[in-house]
Design a protein around this ligand. Sequence first.
Ligand code: ACO
Length: 324
Amino acid sequence: MTQFRSVVRGVGSYLPERILTNADLALMVDTSDEWIVQRTGIKERRIAADGEVTSDLALHAARAALKDAGLEPGDIDLIVLATSTPDNTFPATAVAVQAGLGITHGAAFDLQAVCSGFVFAMATADNFLKAGNFRRALVIGAETFSRILDWTDRTTCVLFGDGAGAVVLERVAADEANGAGILTTHLRSDGRHKNKLYVDGGVSSTRSVGYLRMEGREVFRHAVGMITDVIEDAFAATGVDAQSLDWFVPHQANRRIIDASATKLGIAPGKVVMTVDRHGNTSAASIPLALAVAHADGRIKRGDVVLLEAMGGGFTWGSALLRW
Ligand code: ACO
């Protein structure tokens, strides 16, 4: 039986126009640029315009990824869209993207794993492609977290922003892939921590949307250990290590979490792609946003070994190791 690999063909991203700086936030809540930069590394974030919904952001990112791949929408037969901020309760935001692209074949669905959503979506698409079910997938992370923030709560509203990123994955016979493609994925969750980072509303509980609530210190306390665990799993499964890795593209939640994880794993600072300063924590969108930047500026090149990781609400956490 033919063995398949899921190879990255293109990447794209989109940030809404409106910039909200730390100085802007200091006019809204009792905070300061100094506090936010020192604790998180975030300098500004983007806010979707009135009427601009998650699928709008996702469509921009998807079109950019298709352009980068040199493909047409009709070449795609699977869309997996990770989001915690869908346009509507249903249908899936992914079908709005599918319709926006004019695709009428294949399948499109949403996936919800909060900040880990993009890694979970990559793993899901990878397995569908490797199983031979689909040929080319758009894997999208898209969020409008500004809509679920309590803008009077300084402990959370300074951390998050809106954005979208997308990757095109293509199924290629393993012996024709020249070693490229997703090498391994590792997903974890532990629902005992579900109340440490959550939204205090929902369809079935309150019939409303609710606001994001977080025990920031608790999240921080668990993050580094969970992240390093799934990365060590990826290293053990492939023989890749911190030295042979080319790029580390972590979920962009917080500079301190990223720095601490890289230090613990022995990953050199020069290999870490960091974009959190310019868009804050965009949850499922943050990894493809960072990937798009490092691909566009020429850092990530064909043949490079790239490590993705994320940790978020649930808790959920995961890693994906790939050769570009
Ligand atoms: N501006 C100024 N002061 C603030 C702010 C703010 N925006 N927010 C909190 N403070 C105050 C607190 O009220 C507290 O004051 P007190 O000492 O008078 O009570 C003080 O700052 C220290 O608060 P801590 O919560 O202990 O601050 P800490 O150093 O832990 O930093 C932070 C808070 C940045 C949230 C940190 O805990 C963190 O990074 N946690 C991880 C959270 C995260 O990244 N979540 C993202 C989602 S999960 C994920 O994506 C991985």
